[in-house]
Write a new protein. Structure first.
Length: 132
C-alpha cells in the first residue's frame, strides 16, 4: 500500500506488562500463592504495642515487604526476620519523627538498614544483607 505525504499510520510496536492494582486492593477468593506462614517473629510484640499489625502478603518479586503509615501495617511477602526488622525500623521512624517521606527515600532506607542490623544483633541473629 502506497503512503501519500501527510498520511499518518499508527503501529503497535510492543506490549508492556504493568501492575494496575495491588492484590490487596482486589476482592474475591484467596489465591493459592498467598498462603505464606509468618513465624513467631522477635519483636512482634513491639509492633503490636505501637498499634501496628503484621500480615503476610503474596510475593510479587518487586519487594519483600512494606510499612504503610496510613493503615499502620507491616506487610511481609517473606518470612525472613531481617525484612520484618527493616520494616519495623520504618515504623519506629514514623512514630518518632511523626511521618515518613513517600517512596524509597535514600536516607530513610539507610536508617532502616542500620536499624535492622542493630535489631538482628539485639535478638542474637547474624544477618548481613537486610534489604527489606
Amino acid at each position: 500500500m502506497d503512503e501519500k505525504p501527510g498520511d499518518e499510520r499508527q503501529r503497535l510496536r510492543c506490549f508492556l506488562t504493568r501492575p494496575v492494582f495491588r492484590v490487596e486492593d482486589t476482592g474475591g477468593e484467596p489465591l493459592d500463592y498467598e498462603q505464606i506462614d509468618l513465624p513467631n517473629l522477635p519483636l512482634l510484640e513491639r509492633a503490636k504495642e505501637w498499634g501496628i499489625s503484621v500480615k503476610a502478603i503474596p510475593g510479587n518479586y518487586q519487594f519483600y515487604g512494606y510499612y504503610s503509615q496510613d493503615k499502620k501495617v507491616i506487610a511481609l511477602a517473606t518470612s525472613e526476620e531481617k525484612t520484618f526488622f527493616h520494616e519495623l525500623a520504618h515504623a519506629g521512624h514514623d512514630i518518632v519523627k511523626k511521618g515518613l517521606k513517600g517512596g524509597q527515600d535514600p536516607l530513610q532506607e539507610i536508617v532502616a538498614e542500620l536499624s535492622a542490623q542493630a535489631l538482628c544483633k539485639l535478638v542474637g541473629r547474624q544477618q548481613t544483607d537486610t534489604m527489606g
